[in-house]
Design a protein around this ligand. Structure first.
Ligand code: SAM
Length: 201
């Protein structure tokens, strides 16, 4: 595929599919309209009822939209694999059971499309959430961020994400970003792979 013809979110989903396996536990740190939650659920759900998606958002409206999208798109049994929480993603450790191996933590930053554009993710809590994600991710896992730079605070948030990524150990992490060089306001995809010596990507 050609990256330039795909949206950053679509490219992110293609990469998640290479990392996530049936039965995995994954986290949607910013549910929004629920498209990422749905995509993750399709990747983790198996016939044995394993696989979990822990989703969160600070806006009740976003969680309602996510829940409605799931109602339209998946069976009741599949929907039960999704646990939605109305909390800030900096508190993700409080909702994921301690013994759950988390393979993917996904962020889609910015504001809720079709919602209040003044309610956006914020550098400070994004930084805390990244620290939490780093702690609970298993080796072989991925932290994925789609970062929007066109709204107030967006560029600063990208700088925060990049500073966090730049500080991760070269021994355990592979950190990269996809950016459209000829579209400076297009969202940037940041991928932080936690190394697993037993697996090659
Ligand atoms: N992933 C979504 C989808 O597939 O439709 C889009 C997410 S939207 C760009 C960003 C979302 O992040 C908004 O719904 C917003 O309410 C939420 N958000 C903002 N700050 C947050 C925080 N501290 N913790 C969790 N969610 C937050």
């Amino acid at each position: 595929y050609v990256f330039g013809k795909k949206k950053a979110t679509e490219v992110a989903h293609l990469i998640w599919k290479r990392v996530v396996q049936n039965g995995d536990t994954v986290i949607d740190a910013t549910c929004g309209n629920g498209y990422d939650t749905l995509a993750m659920l399709k990747m983790v759900a198996d016939e044995l009822g394993r696989g979990r998606v822990y989703g969160m958002d600070i806006q009740g409206d976003a969680l309602k939209r996510t829940s409605s999208l799931l109602d339209e798109s998946v069976t009741l049994k599949e929907k039960e694999l999704v646990k939605l929480f109305s909390i800030c993603h900096s508190r993700m450790e409080e909702i994921v059971p301690a013994n759950s191996p988390v393979r993917l933590v996904a962020f889609n930053l910015g504001y809720l499309p079709g919602g209040d554009k003044t309610i956006t993710t914020a550098s400070e809590t994004t930084q805390l959430a990244l620290e939490a994600a780093k702690k609970i991710l298993i080796p072989g896992g991925l932290i994925s961020l789609v970062v929007y730079v066109g709204h107030p605070g967006g560029m600063e948030e990208l700088e925060t994400v990049e500073a966090f990524a730049s500080g991760l150990s070269v021994d355990n992490w592979i950190c990269c970003k996809f950016q459209m060089l000829n579209r400076p306001l297009a969202p940037v995809l940041v991928l932080l792979f936690k190394s697993d010596s037993t697996r090659s990507y």
